[in-house]
Design a binder for this molecule. Structure first.
Ligand SMILES: NC(=O)c1ccc[n+]([C@@H]2O[C@H](COP(=O)([O-])OP(=O)(O)OC[C@H]3O[C@@H](n4cnc5c(N)ncnc54)[C@H](OP(=O)(O)O)[C@@H]3O)[C@@H](O)[C@H]2O)c1
Length: 241
């Protein structure tokens, strides 16, 4: 499975924005490992891209599972020996689930959006260190921005998703911490917001397509050496933390 193309891993890539990021990166010549909890669903998504000749390969990945993450790191080490791009896209929002208490929503959301991201980054850093152009992109949300939430005239000022918002604020904080920690290794770490997008997560209510949402993540995955690290941005430019 060795490759001379840039090698990317996208978490939560079997559907929605993650699949669109995977497809867009592959169309730019990147060899993409399509992370999926359910391998069959990942394989189904990857097979649909094969007629285009895209280099997209499903890999089992549950970011809440130590064994799943460790097995994937071992496999990438064996097959490639490095990783160039890590897209932390896997994410959930449970604020509107009436079957869960607030504490359950918080615990489960943090487990995926925050602890799962940390688990995956920690496992992949040794592989990213082997790349001379490593990039990490954290798929965050404007809903986690303190600066925007402080503005009562902001378009999403009335959105009340406390556990999701806290999780994305934590992800933003981790973006700054990892950007600082990994700077001397040349690994750039940025957070992006894909915008309000029609996916299963929004009951397809968002105004953007997954393809539109993927553009900013792809841009930050492919930034050159002069590009930023420790930034938070969407299609329009930098966002307030
Ligand atoms: N849609 C929006 O408007 C919007 C706006 C801002 C930010 N975002 C962010 O964009 C990202 C993608 O969201 P989406 O709208 O594309 O949602 P989605 O369609 O619900 O996709 C979420 C993906 O994450 C995966 N996932 C969930 N838990 C996981 C775990 N423990 N390990 C690995 N993968 C896991 C899901 O896998 P399964 O299929 O197995 O469940 C799925 O592939 C999320 O981080 C979300 O917070 C979305």
């Amino acid at each position: 499975m060795g490759t001379k193309r840039p090698l990317a891993l996208v978490s939560g890539a079997n559907r929605g924005i993650g699949l669109a990021i995977t497809t867009g990166l592959a169309r730019k010549g990147v060899h993409v490992l399509l992370g999926c909890r359910n391998f069959d669903q990942g394989e189904e998504a990857a097979v649909a891209l094969r007629p285009e000749g895209l280099q997209v390969w499903p890999v089992q990945l549950d970011t809440t599972d130590d064994a799943s993450v460790a097995a994937l790191a071992a496999r990438i080490t064996r097959d490639f020996g490095h990783l160039d791009i890590l897209i932390n896209n896997a994410g959930i929002g449970l604020d509107y689930d009436p079957s869960l208490s607030v504490v359950q929503r918080m615990e489960r959301t943090l487990a995926v959006n925050v602890v799962g991201t940390v688990r995956l980054i920690e496992a992949m850093v040794p592989l990213l260190e082997k790349s001379d152009r490593a990039r990490i992109v954290n798929v965050s949300s404007v809903l986690g921005s303190f600066g925007l939430r402080a503005d009562p005239s902001w378009a999403f000022a009335d959105t009340k998703m406390p556990t999701y918002q806290a999780s994305k604020a934590a992800l933003n904080s981790l973006t700054l911490s990892y950007a600082d920690r990994l700077a001397e290794k040349g690994i750039k770490v940025n957070a992006i917001c894909p915008g309000y997008t029609a996916t299963a997560a929004t009951n397809y209510a968002g105004s953007r397509t997954p393809e539109q949402a993927a553009v900013v993540a792809i841009t930050f995955a492919l930034i050159d050496g002069a590009g930023p690290t420790g930034s938070f941005a969407d299609d329009s430019g930098n966002l307030p933390w």
